[in-house]
Design a protein around this ligand. Structure first.
Ligand SMILES: Nc1ncnc2c1ncn2[C@@H]1O[C@H](COP(=O)(O)OP(=O)(O)OP(=O)(O)O)[C@@H](O)[C@H]1O
Ligand SMILES: [Mg+2]
Length: 418
């Protein structure tokens, strides 16, 4: 006996013939786990009754006029409820029509109570299994990682220092999977700043591009003591040229499905790889320093971003070395760039340089140090940025649901169950 044998079934019987309906009712009367409801099958009436009742299974009398159209209407209105058509005589042609219209089964004898009940239960069990599978697939689909690219339009702005510290702070605070890709293919120094001694780099993935998967990339990535995984840039400059934007795109595509955050350190030069990274990013942390040449380059990048169609909120303006001697005033920066400053990191003399030389990010071991606090703040902003994006998505979905529910309700209000 299967578990479904004992489960109660809500069954709707649609038939125009009272005598026939009574016969079926009698057949099912001795089956306490079947809750039987009857309604007229007539076009419209049956569908309205089904919509109101939400049965597990619908039985339709095969002698009802235009039975195939009624089956089709039921299948459209309630695709989750299996439909069985009951004929009083052999009607293979009509039976075929009904199956094509969406009936799961046609029965041509009405004297076999066991067959009817067993068929109903099997069809309902099958439908429940199908629904569970759909649900399992929907819930097991992993949410893609949030991709955050870091870019400084002028060399030496502090982009790499900020990328690695943000990654460490994000991994420590959120306990989520964080990956850093060094997209400075010609001059990557993420590995140096994190003191990573690891031979494999993204160049080792190139021979495997056709069958690239996460296992392969995981073997090539280094793991930092903070838990951050790092895909290093090529060390061999001659071979670095072999990395194309297609390669980068493919690698990013795989990593996106296997992390919570992918942080990309880009060089100031806008080559095809860094442009691919910036395009693909959900957010670009634009690192600027308060000096005229750096700000001019930042403004140029912002113009390009607008031309490329990046929404303004995709850019998060981070002012590094804020308040340093002779710095351009924040008000002038905002006016010049027509963008809010999202976060400021002060100029801290040689401490960050020393941390870089040692390869120990301040976000890891100097938590009370001013810039470390700023990096934690950045991590919180980036993490809540994701929550805000998710909330926006939920709001949009809820708005849509509300809309479709209210239109469904107004439709339902216009129908009366017969
Ligand atoms: N707020 C700061 N105060 C003091 N020094 C800083 C600050 N930010 C970064 N630096 C130092 O500036 C130097 C350049 O930093 P970094 O390498 O991160 O810049 P970058 O923009 O990635 O450079 P590149 O153009 O070479 O990629 C490093 O020595 C770093 O320690
Ligand atoms: Mg750099």
């Amino acid at each position: 006996m299967s578990e479904h044998t004992l489960t109660s079934l809500k069954c709707l019987l649609l038939d125009d013939s009272v005598i026939y309906a009574e016969a079926v009712s009698r057949m099912l009367a001795n089956e306490p786990s079947i809750e039987l409801h009857s309604a007229h099958a007539g076009f419209g009436d049956g569908v309205r009754a089904a919509r109101k009742l939400h049965p597990d299974v619908v039985l339709v009398g095969g002698d009802t006029p235009d039975v195939a159209s009624i089956v089709e209407a039921l299948d459209t209105a309630l695709p989750e409820a299996p439909v069985i058509v009951l004929f009083t005589s052999e009607e293979p042609e009509l039976g075929r029509e009904c199956v094509l219209a969406g009936a799961q089964l046609c029965l041509y004898r009405l004297d076999d109570q066991e067959e009817l009940i067993a068929s109903m239960r099997r069809l309902v069990a099958r439908e429940r299994r199908r629904r569970q599978q759909v649900l399992a697939t929907a819930t097991s689909e992993k949410k893609p990682a949030r991709v955050i690219a870091f870019h400084g339009a002028k060399g030496g702005s502090g982009t790499t220092t900020i990328t690695i510290n943000a990654a460490v702070a994000l991994a420590t605070l959120s306990k989520k999977r964080v990956i850093v890709i060094d997209a400075s293919v010609q001059s990557g120094d993420v590995g140096v700043l994190l003191d990573i001694d690891h031979a494999a780099t993204m160049i080792d993935l190139l021979p495997h591009m056709k069958d690239l998967d996460y296992d392969l990339i995981r073997d090539v990535m280094a793991t930092h003591e903070s838990g951050v995984q790092v895909l290093l840039a090529p060390t061999d400059l001659e071979r670095a040229e072999l990395v194309t934007n297609e390669h980068f795109s493919k690698i990013l595509g795989v990593l996106r499905k296997n992390a919570d955050y992918v942080l990309i350190d880009t060089p100031p030069v806008l080559d095809t790889v860094s442009m691919t990274a910036l395009d693909a990013a959900d957010q670009v942390v634009l690192v600027a320093t308060p000096e005229v040449p750096a700000l001019r380059n930042t403004a140029r990048f912002m113009q390009l971003a607008a031309k490329l169609g990046y929404p303004s909120e995709k850019l998060f303006l981070l002012l590094n070395r804020a308040g340093s001697k002779g710095a351009v005033r924040n008000e002038d920066i905002k006016t010049h760039l027509k963008h809010e400053i999202g976060l400021q990191i002060p100029s801290v003399g040689s401490s960050l340089v020393q941390a870089g030389n040692k390869g120990v990010p301040v976000a890891l071991n100097r938590k009370r140090f001013g810039p470390a606090k700023a990096f934690r703040q950045l991590a919180v902003i980036l993490d809540s940025g994701e929550r805000a994006a998710k909330q926006k998505q939920r709001d949009r979905k809820a708005g849509w649901l509300k809309l479709s529910r209210s239109s469904a309700k107004s439709k339902a209000d216009n129908v009366v169950v017969g």
